[in-house]
Design a protein around this ligand. Sequence first.
Ligand code: LMG
Ligand code: NDP
Ligand code: PMR
Length: 398
Amino acid sequence: MALQATSLVSSSFSIPKEGKCSASSKDSSLFGVSFSELVKADFSSSALRCKREFKQRVGTVRAQTVTTTPAVNKTTPEGKKTLRKGSVVITGASSGLGLATAKALAETGKWHVIMACRDFLKTERAAKSAGIAKENYTIMHLDLASLDSVRQFVDNFRRSGWPLDVLVCNAAVYLPTAKEPTYTAEGFELSVGTNHLGHFLLSRLLLEDLNKSDYPSKRLIIVGSITGNTNTLAGNVPPKANLGDMRGLAGGLTGLNTSAMIDGGDFDGAKAYKDSKVCNMLTMQEFHRRYHEETGITFASLYPGCIATTGLFREHIPLFRLLFPPFQKYITKGFVSEEESGKRLAQVVSDPSLTKSGVYWSWNKNSASFENQLSQEASNADKARKVWEISEKLVGLA
Ligand code: LMG
Ligand code: NDP
Ligand code: PMR
């Protein structure tokens, strides 16, 4: 009975708070949004048109250089040209969504996955136990909580000779029980420093590499979340995301003379995570506005579903970790397995029908993708510009 009642709620409930929600969403998890037309781009014809040879950028470090091939490189006996393997960098591919996505992509045989992770051994073990074939992945060290490490990763990646066709900014930390802030190498509060600022620098630097790729559909994907969107029920569970006037961000989130929180308020680890997700979603849109037309790169974000079993909740209290999966499975119905979430993100990486830029993807209960609506704050163009401008100062790009 109770389950029926909640599923009824979940199929019809939406918060009409910001004027963007439909009254009868068909989603399983209270997205409160309307469906939009999916764009059916003709991927294969653009692949055939693309004949530019991939030019190896770094010829000096021979030992680490792999042979790369142009995007359209093989001709079958019937005379049809086929696409070369795509090359995708996924941050935080050592567990959860990132690992499941790496596995899903590697299994197609069409992708080489560069797993950009802070713990090399853990990643190697994870890749092996997930059964990812050796020839389909490479591990490279990246600690997003250090801007030096981000720059080092970019150098190493360039030396490796792999092209960059898709970049997935997936890694994150969530510190819901922390009483005091902790900090990155440069002294930024750890959640926003890792989830947003580390990725901001990484994606700004690698934009150039994406731009050089001759792959027919180049993409930059930044993982967002429902809990950063206050136009949903999940986004209204306290503490709510709110960037305020960003005085804390402008002050460098140091927690010394300025606040460790973006809005300048008292430290709250759960809020810092949700704020960081808002920054992720705003950054994707600002990239789209600034670079989509000029580069043709697809910029996208997504909510992959509630993957209640991942390492993201490792810092939460044991009772939460015990109850959260059944709560999401049977009450909110927002639960999704790691495997399913990996397939979803893999779609955003490679599905020919998901080439539209500037989109925040979500999935309905039948696991069909749709363009979701972001909250007012997470779609505010002025805030996006401000996050961009402050962030580029903090990471040393401006
Ligand atoms: C904060 O607390 C912590 O303070 C912070 O440190 C951090 O951990 C943060 O987001 C992480 O959480 C959140 C706390 C406050 O939420 C809880 O911990 C909820 C536990 C209480 C459980 C209530 C019963 C729910 C159903 C029982 C199911 C059993 C399984 C339990 C599994 C628990 C896993 C979560 O949260 C609150 O203040 C509770 C009130 C939240 C209400 C959501 C607000 C919605 C606003 C919109 C109103 C619409 C109402 C529609 C009704 C829909 C019906 C579902
Ligand atoms: P996990 O904790 O399983 O994965 C997070 C990954 O990020 C791990 O690989 C972790 O590495 C890595 N990471 C953390 N800090 C750093 C760092 N400083 N440098 C490099 N890598 C780092 O969580 P999920 O798979 O759940 O999270 C993946 C993404 O999905 C996140 O962006 C999250 O916000 C998002 N998301 C998750 C939801 C969920 O319900 N789980 C819902 C919506 C969005 P290590 O293994 O070394 O710890
Ligand atoms: Mg939430 C109605 C649906 C729904 C969905 C899809 C989520 C997703 N959550 C929902 C509802 C609720 N949650 C309700 C009604 C409550 C109060 C009981 C609730 C509570 C809750 C907590 C305490 N939920 C949480 C937490 C966390 O600590 C997680 C979090 O906020 O991390 C930032 C979380 C989440 N709920 C989700 C999702 C996807 C999360 C994981 C966080 C994320 O990556 O965004």
